[in-house]
Ligand binder design. Structure first.
Ligand code: GDP
Ligand code: CA
Length: 331
């Protein structure tokens, strides 16, 4: 079975670890990773979401933190600080630095990001094919209103430095409109048996991937069923600050709000044709009251436990998503 997953960082990676356990080694999983979070620091190209997926699936992740390397040390960061060289707010550890050095060196030698990612994965053996959404530079910027002064900052500055405490008025995937999907992305979507939107951030992870011209249309017209899992439980993000970016794009922070934001592919019960992406949607059992509203938009909806407390619970979520995909598969 060919499975395609559009993934951000922590939520996507943890779901993928469960999916791998659920389907076993014979399934063919392609991950289309968000690169809108990418940032240049100290002359190095850092790809936080690709690395979170690679480290999580390859056994190198800092388990409690959910990002960065396990057994990490920070000697380089301390030395940079001694030189007065920042930023200090972005935590890059010594082991992690090596990844960014290899990546930057290969990019400098002319390899596209997709080839670099494949080379990095040679070491980590994540057990999935990890493709960046695009080889072209796309950078998510956030228009903030800081004490009446409007300015655009890099997503990482908004998220990591400001902890999303400043009101966001718009989210702009700079460069997306002229970016092309990376080699293999559209082909994987077209050839998929199942397409999954994991519990990743719908705006700055999945939304950014969908902003690359051609990707949204490919998902919308794919032969495979498209199912998603809510990253919102009980009106709040499970971890992180997704509510801040959902508000910036005018979407209610709820399991149903995110489903309606993605939209339904099928015609609704009222006969209207869907213009969205989803055939099926999973909400947490505590959000069972949201099921009817989602279904009235033509999206088949089920309530199951959606807390990824460990690999087994994530695998159970993956099985529920695959079962829902079979249920909504078109004849
Ligand atoms: P990021 O790039 O590291 O922010 O990671 P993602 O975009 O892949 O995922 C972030 C989203 O994952 C957040 O909106 C969280 O609400 C969601 N999330 C994290 N852990 C869980 C979980 O255990 N269950 C569910 N349903 N969502 C989760
Ligand atoms: Ca991210």
């Amino acid at each position: 079975m060919r499975i395609v997953v559009l993934a951000g960082g922590i939520g996507g990676a943890r779901f993928l670890r469960g999916l791998k356990q659920a389907v076993g080694p014979e399934a063919d999983i392609t991950v289309i990773g968000n690169t809108g979070d990418d940032i240049h620091l100290f002359g190095l190209k850092v790809c936080p979401d690709l690395d979170t997926v690679m480290y999580t699936l390859g056994g190198g992740i800092h388990e409690e933190q959910g990002w960065g390397r396990s057994d990490e040390s920070f000697a380089v960061k301390e030395e940079l600080k001694a030189y007065g060289v920042g930023p200090e707010w972005f935590g890059l550890g010594d082991r992690d630095f090596a990844t960014h050095i290899v990546r930057t060196q290969m990019l400098g030698a002319g390899y596209p990001l997709s080839a670099v990612t494949e080379a990095l994965c040679d070491r980590w053996q994540p057990g999935v094919r990890l493709l960046p959404m695009s080889d072209d530079r796309v950078e998510t910027h956030v228009l903030i209103n800081q004490d009446g002064e409007k300015k655009a900052v890099h997503f990482q500055e908004f998220w990591v430095k400001l902890h999303a405490t400043v009101p966001a008025e718009a989210i702009i995937p700079v460069g997306a409109e002229s970016a092309a999907p990376a080699p293999g992305v559209l082909e994987a979507i077209a050839a998929a048996d199942v397409i999954i939107l994991p519990p990743s951030n719908p705006v700055v992870s999945v939304g950014t991937i969908l902003a690359v011209p051609g990707i949204r249309a490919a998902v919308a017209k794919a032969a495979a069923p498209v199912v998603g899992l809510s990253p919102i439980i009980g009106g709040a993000p499970v971890r992180g600050m997704a509510d801040k970016v959902l508000a910036a794009v005018g979407v209610e922070t709820s399991a149903a709000g995110v489903a309606l934001h993605y939209g339904g592919r099928a015609a609704g019960p009222d006969g209207t044709a869907g213009t969205g992406l989803l055939d099926g949607w999973l909400v947490d059992t505590s959000d069972a009251a949201a099921v009817a509203g989602v279904e009235s938009a033509g999206i088949v909806c089920r309530a199951v436990p959606l807390w990824m407390t460990d690999v087994d619970t994530s695998a159970e979520m993956a099985r529920a998503a695959l079962a829902l995909a079979e249920e909504v598969r078109r004849a």
